[in-house]
Design a binder for this molecule. Structure first.
Ligand SMILES: *Cc1c(COP(=O)(O)O)cnc(C)c1O
Length: 387
């Protein structure tokens, strides 16, 4: 390889993730701006209907983020002070924060070493008579076995909230993730597959929970702003409980509608690139790529690699090695129990969480990634160790 070529390679940086946005999103936002109705309105209603259809769920309520969706999910499920909510420490911190918003206590459970997700067995070890709910995450898009978890929790009256923040486009038992959940939450942050800048969704099989979430997102107002606007003589509104402003805007929903149309293509491209990573990594001892579980398919929102103990590099050294080749990887999923905000919570030993959070990294994977960029990452991984 010539020196010039090398210098050029080191200058072009490969990012871990890039949203896939185009002129269609620009046009959709312009149309909303020209309409003069920019807050929650017809585009939000359209996005909710389209999302519910694509995820095969009865009700979808658009919100400002997945964090606010988790908060509302616990409110409508009746979780409150004195209750315990089982969560994986191995997740973005919002999963652990949500129970505290309603005065409940998050209780950490460990995760499965292969998928990084809660299982009925890890939940069972921390359940007490005070357990009211579980927030079970499809980590990085890898679907959890919700059927097994619900088979265990439902008879005990424990509500299972599926935190599907990362999982739009993943499947479980041949159906979209979240479609078998009583209640699920979704994120449209740019780090996920579908983006609306910021944004979230709550989906549920229960009409009463959906109706209450719709009111609560809008200050618990008895008449929605869109309905008041539609009538010349607006009916008087009342505020029957303390609500929130967790609304999505029509500007965001217009982007979401276009993005939802791109989802099948996004997932197909990600799975194609991930399959090539998997083939390459299969020939590299000391590395494990996290892929599909037996019961479903992942959208590869995160394509993670575990650096096993037999590899001569640890995760930090591997990240430095990739960075030297101009490749920006990311440390794997965080562990909430190690963060100052939650470090004083008593918890059972979490050996799998600690091992995975220390030994995993997220590889670059995005829709526009070129074959040459993909090859550069594979080459860099291969050059880390040739036993
Ligand atoms: C990203 C993420 C969230 C938070 O989503 P926001 O839309 O940014 O609030 C919650 N849970 C999990 C598992 C996530 O990955």
């Amino acid at each position: 390889m010539s020196l010039d070529h090398l210098a050029e390679q080191q200058l072009t940086r490969i990012n871990v993730m890039q949203p896939w946005l185009g002129e269609e999103e620009v046009a959709a936002v312009s149309e909303v701006l020209r309409s003069g109705w920019v807050a929650q309105g017809p585009r939000v209603a359209e996005f909710e209907a389209a999302f519910a259809a694509s995820q095969q769920v009865a009700h979808a309520v658009a919100l400002s983020s997945c964090t606010t969706a988790l908060h509302l999910a616990l409110v409508v499920a009746g979780v409150g002070p004195g209750d315990e909510v089982v969560v994986p420490s191995f997740s973005f911190v919002a999963t652990t924060n949500a129970p505290t918003y309603v005065g409940a206590t998050p209780v950490f459970a460990d995760v499965d070493p292969v998928t990084g997700n809660l299982t009925a067995a890890t939940i069972a070890t921390v359940v007490t008579p005070r357990t009211r709910a579980v927030i079970a995450v499809d980590q990085g898009g890898v679907p959890l076995d919700l059927r097994a978890i619900r088979a265990w929790c439902d008879p005990l009256g424990i509500t299972v909230v599926e935190d599907a923040a990362c999982a739009a486009g993943s499947t479980a038992h041949g159906r979209p993730t979240g479609s078998e959940a009583e209640i699920a939450t979704w994120s449209f942050h740019p780090r996920k597959l579908l983006t609306t800048g910021e944004g979230g969704m709550l989906t549920t099989s229960r009409a009463d929970w959906a109706a209450r979430a719709r009111r609560l997102r809008e200050h618990a107002m008895s008449v929605s702003a869109a309905d008041r606007h539609a009538s010349l003589l607006a009916p008087p509104e009342s505020f029957d409980e303390v609500g929130f402003n967790f609304r999505m805007t029509d500007l965001q929903a217009a982007v979401g509608l276009v993005q939802l149309g791109r989802l099948p293509e996004m997932v197909a491209r990600r799975r194609e690139l991930a399959a090539r990573y998997a083939d390459a990594v299969a020939a590299m001892p000391g590395l494990r790529l996290v892929g599909d579980p037996a019961w479903g398919t992942t959208n590869y929102q995160s394509c993670w690699l575990e650096v096993l103990p037999e590899h001569p590099m640890d995760r930090e050294q591997m990240m430095e090695h990739l960075a030297a080749a101009g490749i920006s990887a990311r440390r794997g999923i965080m562990a909430a129990h190690r963060q100052p905000a939650h470090a004083d919570r008593p918890h059972v030993p979490l050996p799998v969480t600690e091992r995975l959070t220390d030994a995993t990294l997220v590889l670059p994977l995005f829709h526009q990634m070129t074959d040459a960029e993909h090859q550069r990452v594979c080459d860099a991984l291969a050059s880390a160790w040739r036993p």
